[in-house]
Design a protein around this ligand. Structure first.
Ligand code: CAA
Length: 259
């Protein structure tokens, strides 16, 4: 499928997915969300892709859900729109590949929510984060009220959501919303280096680790530990476990086959 609003680029085992609607600061309308959902399915099914980087074209990462499209929505159409956004972001969160957000600029509303469903956020020093929805008379709609408090704690999440204030990249890093802040011209290289590092490891182990972390975060610790134990033991049925440990003993680099 060719996309109107997305660019997909493969570099080895890494895929760079760029939201490409710069005239509207990459605002998410239903068409962008539909394309994003399709692209995520395509990437998930591509065994050669190990790590995904999501970024935005131009000066924004994503400046939110599309206000023009939302303006005349009814409660029913808004509910449908929210479902579409919630589903695609959840799909990204649960992808069996690591997803890195390279936050190049404004990550507001739906844009902050998109960054938050990714596994890791690298921010350019030019990035700005926020959930400005209350200033438009609405709540966050793509799980901002849920993921922000889980990431930064309930008190900071309430402050950010109740005020709608934007914070800069350094503040985002300080509160744990961004993993790291880098100079604007180093953003993509930093994200790619991180992606290559992750892609060089045993991908089954990375995938199982992601599942264990996500499931454990959403449940009690006993259930989480049981999930980890199951996945840990499953690793011992893989080629990669034998190769990884043999390579260590033979003092050489492992050659993983991701099987
Ligand atoms: N929806 C639709 N269009 C948007 C948009 C959005 N969220 N954000 C920016 N645009 C458009 C602007 O309307 C403008 O279009 P025109 O050139 O046709 O006028 C273009 O993008 C450039 O934007 P600005 O001229 O405003 O650029 P700026 O540099 O002066 O300001 C900004 C940048 C501070 C990010 C400002 O654009 C802004 O405040 N945008 C809206 C941010 C926002 O409120 N986001 C939350 C949306 S609600 C949401 O996301 C709900 C949810 O959780 C699902």
């Amino acid at each position: 499928m060719g996309y109107e609003n997305l660019l997909l680029k493969k570099e080895g085992n890494i895929c760079i997915l760029t939201i490409n609607r710069p005239k509207a600061l990459n605002a998410l309308n239903s068409k962008v969300l539909e394309e994003l959902s399709d692209a995520v399915d395509q990437i998930e099914n591509d065994k050669d892709i190990h790590v995904v980087i999501i970024t935005g074209e131009g000066k924004a990462f994503v400046a939110g859900a599309d206000i023009l499209e939302m303006k005349d929505m009814t409660p029913e159409t808004a509910r449908k729109f929210a479902k579409q956004g919630l589903e695609v972001f959840r799909k990204i969160e649960l992808m069996e590949k690591v997803v890195i957000a390279a936050v190049n600029g404004f990550a507001l509303g739906g844009g902050c929510e998109l960054a938050m469903c990714c596994d890791i956020r690298i921010a350019s020093e030019k990035a700005k984060f926020g959930q400005p929805e209350v200033g438009l008379g609405i709540t966050p709609g793509f799980a901002g009220t849920q993921r922000l408090s889980r990431l930064v704690g309930i008190a900071k999440a309430k402050e950010l959501i109740f005020t709608g204030d934007m914070i800069d990249a350094n503040e985002a890093e300080r509160i744990g919303l961004a993993n790291k802040v880098v100079k604007a011209d180093e953003l993509m290289n930093t994200a790619i280096e991180l992606a290559k590092n992750i892609a060089s490891k045993g991908q089954i182990a990375v995938k199982y680790s992601k599942i264990a972390i996500n499931r454990g975060f959403e449940t009690d610790i006993e259930t989480g530990m049981e999930t980890e134990r199951n996945l840990f033991s499953l690793c011992f049925a893989t080629y990669d476990q034998k190769e990884g440990m043999t390579a260590f003993i033979e003092k050489r680099k492992p050659e993983f086959k991701n099987q």
